[in-house]
Ligand binder design. Structure first.
Ligand code: PAP
Length: 353
């Protein structure tokens, strides 16, 4: 087994395609047999970051980053009734929503105007950890999560149907906030992001390849339409359990959406807070302009797993709606719109074509 360290976006010479992680944690060892037996039986697709993705229970996953942690979550993660989960497919607004939820929930704990606010000194991914990769970080158990203050804020890219019953059951008490984004912008954002992580041997994924894969549903935790649809349908059935948001709505009416978010999370803004401009302060704090210009997000790194490190600035590219117009041809955009119109047809959900 090659002792490679996947060093994402840091130094292309260090970026190594890596089928195995070097120092196995207890979690990784515990699931090694199951992993080795299952892996050869799964359908394989071309990966955006790693060479391959595999299809597991209907969704495409990067096996090394996903399968063992998923099983671990099923077997070991203990949900708390106050937990708040931020669910999303990659590149749909996760970083932004992490910041907004963190700032909203903790608004009485930290002063926005002082430099001690955690969001001014840490990347939003450090403030709201990913449950998915938590077991691949240095901790070998979820015990570190137990010490997080309540309500715990955790994030997942996993599709709804892959999550354990303990998280999604209506009696578990915990809540979900889901964010989705226009698929064309998701495709472009994914392409730029994952190309920073590919090894020299693999070379960058071309726009045409990415387009083909995306339209076939082959992207991490894709098909993207199924990821969105599962959470969308769930939100219609369980509006108290899950709040369904769109990146575009957040861009257009941040004030309305952040107030809805606070209300949904059981911490509505008081009239006094509104009068004092607290909502605006949160929006300003979490804005692309503010976060992307912070020293921590310009120069520091985020440890995605114990072997995967990413530059924080990779999480802030353009932060706009419609950037896909600058990259996709008219035909490509029409094709994606048509696919999503068909896939979402009858669901009540649409992306502004
Ligand atoms: P992740 O899944 O890896 O966590 P995620 O945060 O969902 O990534 O998506 C990153 C996108 O959100 C980037 O979009 P772009 O490539 O089209 O530019 C990033 O720029 C954008 N983004 C990050 N922070 C903000 C923000 N504060 N406001 C608006 N967009 C943001």
């Amino acid at each position: 087994m090659a002792a490679h360290v996947l060093s994402l976006g840091l130094d292309s010479q260090n970026n190594q395609e890596n089928g195995n992680f070097p120092c196995e944690s207890g979690m990784e060892k515990a699931y090694e047999k199951k992993y080795r037996e299952l892996l050869p039986t799964l359908p394989i697709g071309k990966g955006w970051m790693t060479e391959h993705v595999v299809q597991y229970q209907g969704f495409w996953l990067m096996p090394d980053l996903s399968l063992k942690p998923l099983w671990w979550i099923h077997d070991e993660f203990k949900v708390q009734p106050t937990d708040i989960f931020l669910a999303s497919a990659p590149k749909t607004g996760t970083t932004w929503l992490k910041a907004l939820i963190f700032a909203t929930i903790n608004r009485t704990h930290y002063d926005f105007s002082t430099s001690t606010h955690p969001l001014l000194n840490s990347n939003p991914h450090e403030c709201v950890p990913f449950l998915d990769t938590y077991p691949l970080q240095s901790q070998e158990t979820f015990s570190g999560l137990d010490s997080l203050p309540s309500p715990r804020l955790l994030a997942t890219h996993f599709p709804l149907s892959l999550l354990p019953e303990s998280m999604v059951s209506s009696t578990s008490g915990c809540k979900f906030v889901y964010i989705c984004r226009d698929p064309k912008d998701v495709l472009i954002s994914n392409l730029f992001f994952f190309n920073k992580f590919r090894s020299e041997e693999l070379g960058p994924l071309s726009l045409e390849e990415a387009f083909e894969l995306f339209c076939q549903g082959v992207s991490h935790v894709g098909p993207y339409w199924d990821h969105v649809l599962e959470y969308w349908k769930w939100s219609l059935q369980n509006p108290e359990k899950i709040l369904f948001l769109k990146y575009e709505e957040l861009k257009k009416e941040p004030l309305v959406v952040v107030k809805r978010l606070a209300e949904f999370l059981g911490q509505p803004f008081s009239l006094e807070e509104e009068r004092n401009g607290v909502v605006q302060e949160i929006i300003k704090l979490c804005s692309f302009r503010n976060l992307s210009n912070l020293e921590v997000n310009k120069t520091k790194t985020y440890k995605y797993t114990k072997d995967v490190v990413a530059n924080n600035n990779l999480y802030f590219r353009k932060g706009e709606t419609g950037d896909s117009n600058n990259h996709l041809s008219h035909e490509m955009m029409e094709h994606i719109d048509k696919i999503f119109q068909e896939k979402l047809s009858g669901s009540g959900l649409s992306f502004g074509a």
